[in-house]
Design a protein around this ligand. Sequence first.
Ligand code: AQP
Length: 329
Amino acid sequence: METEKVDVLSGIQPTGEAHVGNYLGALKQWVEMQEARRCFYCIVDLHALTTQPDPEALRRASFDLARVFLAIGLDPERSALFLQSEVPGHADLAWVFQCLTPMGELQRMTQFKDKAGAQQGKVNVGLFTYPVLQAADILIYRAREVPVGEDQVQHLELAREIARRFNRVYGKLFPEPRARLSRAARIQGLDGSGKMSKSRNNHIPLLAPPEEIHKRVRKAVTDPQRLRRDDPGRPEVCNVFSLHGHFSPEATVREIEEGCRSAALGCVDCKRMLAENMAAALAPIRERAEALDREPERVREALASGARRARAVAAVTLEGVRDAVGLPV
Ligand code: AQP
């Protein structure tokens, strides 16, 4: 049985199209991390069930995300790429963890409060226990590092607490995983309302063609105090400027900063430059994704081999857990 050591685990939900926030906040560093570490990356389709997606749409979104994994440069020979639901141990371990987790700890989760608030009392139990399943996703591989955006730090703290509690009650089995924040831990949405996310429709899809990137960037909110073309702007509060930092060369970023402050550069031109640079940076990813559309078997094979590796590691942990808690092994 394979018992490879897993350094890094991270996951992403197949609830629609991956966007620039997901890419800069998480996916980009997934690729960097696979250079020196053993990484497991999963598409968390069980988590997606909390939104009760149409079954066909869920299957399609899971496949599309796997295609994005390969298109951004994740290498299935190095990293295990798989669907969470293809490793049965995640849900089993989540149950054991649920029995160790006080309700009060889950009630404090800000993501739950945000999402439950919007659903006015109709919120499902899956959304409530979501962070426990997330803890199981990580701990079943005894992963030490979890690259995430800022929105996930609280969930990771809970995973650490669950690991400590399990170890205290049943004996040491789990390491405490660390969050690894990227330089782009919180990418703002284009409407300036908070983080970039699909549900707020304030995002730029990672595979958007150049025309769509231009269209979305054109509508982006900028410095609210810059009302006229001749008003000097404040780059430090401008979301378009902060995106330049991820897509434009350093020298251009400096020129934009000066141009904005002196009003020599208007928002229209600044946005056009951003859209052009973003489209150029993302073009190779979109082209690789289009090529993979013509070779879907490459995507399916990557997922199948990833799931085999993941199941092997998960089985070892689960056996240890069953033994520790008193279930037959
Ligand atoms: N705006 C963001 N900035 C930085 N990182 C982000 N991540 C998500 N949004 C941002 C990071 O992407 C990874 C995958 O997260 P996810 O599966 O939870 O994606 P998501 O949150 O479902 O994306 P959305 O668009 O925010 O979904 P909705 O709107 O449906 O809730 C994580 O590492 C996350 O931190």
